[in-house]
Design a protein around this ligand. Structure first.
Ligand code: FES
Length: 128
């Protein structure tokens, strides 16, 4: 199982924010849930809303992680256009035994937007 954590606190820059009532992260989380359901991938991917992933200067931000897998924090996700890619990225992560998805297999937003890669708890370091 892989989880897509979606920051629902990110805001658009003030000039674009206007009067919107739904923050883009919330709309992205809903689009991701629909994408997961459309691919019948609920047994492999879950969506979880979070308040902040500490990458507030690169909205919108998500994190992908799973049991015994490397995790990724990804910024600059476009709430309107990257939902499908994000579900695809989560499925690639779910299929990768250790969570390391080769660069050439990543959708563009995953390839370009990684802010951090985080080792799994079970990782014991690179051996000499
Ligand atoms: S408000 Fe979204 S990462 Fe901080």
């Amino acid at each position: 199982m892989v989880k897509i954590f979606v920051c629902v606190s990110c805001r658009r820059p003030a000039a674009e924010n206007g009067e919107e009532e739904v923050r883009p992260g919330e709309a992205l989380a809903t689009a991701l849930e629909h994408g997961v359901a459309a691919r019948s991938a609920g047994d492999r991917v879950a969506v979880c809303r979070v308040e902040c992933l500490a990458v507030c200067d690169q909205p919108y931000t998500i994190a992908l992680t799973g049991d015994d897998k490397w995790g990724y924090v990804i910024g600059n996700i476009d709430a309107d256009t990257h939902a499908d890619e994000t579900v695809e990225a989560a499925l690639k992560l779910a299929a990768a035994p250790n969570g390391i998805v080769p660069l050439r297999e990543r959708p563009p937003s995953f390839r370009k937007g990684v802010v951090a890669r985080i080792p799994p708890l079970t990782f014991e370091g690179k051996r000499p």
